[in-house]
Design a protein. Structure first.
Length: 456
């Protein structure tokens, strides 16, 4: 029996509105800025609109979902605008009477980038706030199965209410629990009666026949079906799909950071970025911070400490000295640590004490982004206890990393704290991309100005 499809709410209009806003921005600023350059702006507008649309289509620019983060939106805007700018410039050599004006092109690029970014962020935050205030546009969802992965997903729905999921319950034949609202055979009627939008299915709990039956039902009734893998440790890796004729095969990909050309690209980025910081920031900031450190306490401006680097090889990690001279430098800093100076508290809270590590990057001991180098005392304590610990040693340690911007920094109180760090470090290594590095750098800068309660 086929049921009437669930009617979508206003969310179906979001993408068309976003597209129209962007095209309107392009049309308006093209006519304002390029008018009077001795060529027909109407043709140029048509060209730019077509160029924008093609780049957006192939770059999945409008593939923004409720779980998309602001950093991902920023990344999409950056890629879209750079390619669009190149296409905007390409037009002029092929136009006989057009006059190429570099200043106007730069103005066009700046104002369209800022306008598109502002429009997208306003729309993004408006929808989040509107959803939170009114409770509208929530997606009703259920989970079939009661595996650890299914329970973890439900916790995510509860903790990230801005994602806009309204969880209705689990369905499972195996366990009795207050959160389980029914068995598998009751799913179909429940989906129709409660107008469920999305169904998450744990592969761990269903047979192939049940999965096939569920797929057919969801497809026929125009509902979204998503699968929860039964081993997140495997599926968190970077997988690729190969086809042997029509037969799909999943295989684990080695980290791209093992490829020589990627290592060269990352190293080149590290050198250029660290030189920019050293020349334009540290050249004048070091004397100022150095003077403040000297005025408060005796001792050197810089603090040098041996840390495990790539392949467990020790290197000297540099920081601004943030403590009074003491003999317990291998002991981890704790909250309200009496060893920390007044200027040291400020440096640590803003992470400015880490700035001298750009010299480590230039020397090749570290990278801008990567797993943070541990103290030797932690390295020796946890390397044989935590699974995949040694994966992080295959790359250079970083000034900042995915674990740090995800909230896993500061004091390590137990093995779980270290496991969380390793989990994010391994994910970073297995899923590296240049844009992931840029996202981490961007979020690190945001955290510097916002402050981090774990930075002490």
């Amino acid at each position: 029996m086929r049921y009437a499809p669930h009617i979508q709410r206003y969310s179906k209009y979001i993408r068309p509105i976003s597209i129209l806003l962007d095209l309107l921005i392009i049309i308006i600023f093209t006519n304002l800025l390029f008018k009077g350059l001795n060529f027909d702006t109407n043709y140029y507008v048509i060209y730019l609109v077509c160029s924008w649309s093609v780049v957006a289509f192939f770059g999945n620019f409008y593939q923004v979902f409720r779980f998309t983060t602001p950093i991902e939106i920023f990344s999409k805007i950056t890629k879209q605008q750079i390619i669009f700018l190149l296409l905007a410039i390409v037009y002029f050599p092929f136009t006989e009477h057009a006059i190429f004006n570099q200043v106007i092109i730069i103005k066009f690029f700046v104002v369209t980038t800022l306008s598109v970014a502002l429009a997208k962020l306003i729309l993004f935050y408006f929808l989040i706030e509107y959803r939170l205030i009114t409770g509208s546009n929530y997606r009703k969802t259920i989970i079939i199965g009661y595996s650890p992965e299914a329970i973890e997903l439900k916790r995510l729905f509860d903790s990230r209410i801005d994602y806009g999921y309204h969880f209705l319950g689990y369905f499972s034949d195996k366990k009795a629990n207050k959160d389980i609202v029914g068995k598998f055979e009751q799913v179909k009627q429940f989906v129709i009666d409660k107008k469920v939008d999305e169904v998450y299915c744990s592969l761990h709990d269903l047979s192939n026949d049940k999965v096939k039956d569920l797929v057919n039902f969801m497809y026929e009734n125009n509902r979204t079906l998503k699968f929860i893998p039964d081993s997140k440790e495997i599926f968190s890796k970077n997988l690729k799909v190969d086809y042997y004729e029509l037969f799909p095969v999943l295989s684990l990909k080695n980290s791209v950071l093992n490829e020589p050309e990627i290592q060269f690209l990352k190293r080149l980025f590290d050198i250029v970025f660290s030189l920019i910081i050293i020349v334009f920031v540290l050249s004048w900031l070091i004397p100022i911070i150095g003077l403040l450190i000297k005025l408060e306490s005796k001792g050197p401006v810089f603090f040098k400490q041996g840390r495990p680097g790539i392949n467990q090889e020790e290197f000297n990690c540099y920081k601004f000295r943030s403590m009074f001279l003491n003999d317990n430098t291998e002991n981890e800093t704790i909250k309200n640590d009496p060893r920390v100076t007044k200027i040291g508290k400020f440096l640590r809270r803003t992470s400015m004490d880490e700035l001298p590590q750009f010299f480590n990057v230039l020397l090749g001991d570290m990278s801008i982004v990567g797993p943070r180098p541990q103290l030797w005392i932690h390295n020796n304590a946890y390397r044989d206890k935590i699974k995949k610990y040694f994966v992080r040693d295959s790359v250079r340690p970083g000034i900042t990393g995915l674990a740090q911007i995800s909230g896993y920094r500061g004091e390590i109180n137990n093995e779980k704290d270290m496991e969380n760090r390793i989990k994010y470090d391994v994910f970073y290594i297995e899923n590296w991309s240049l844009f992931l590095d840029l996202k981490i750098i961007f979020q690190t800068i945001v955290n510097v100005f916002k402050g981090d309660e774990k930075a002490f």
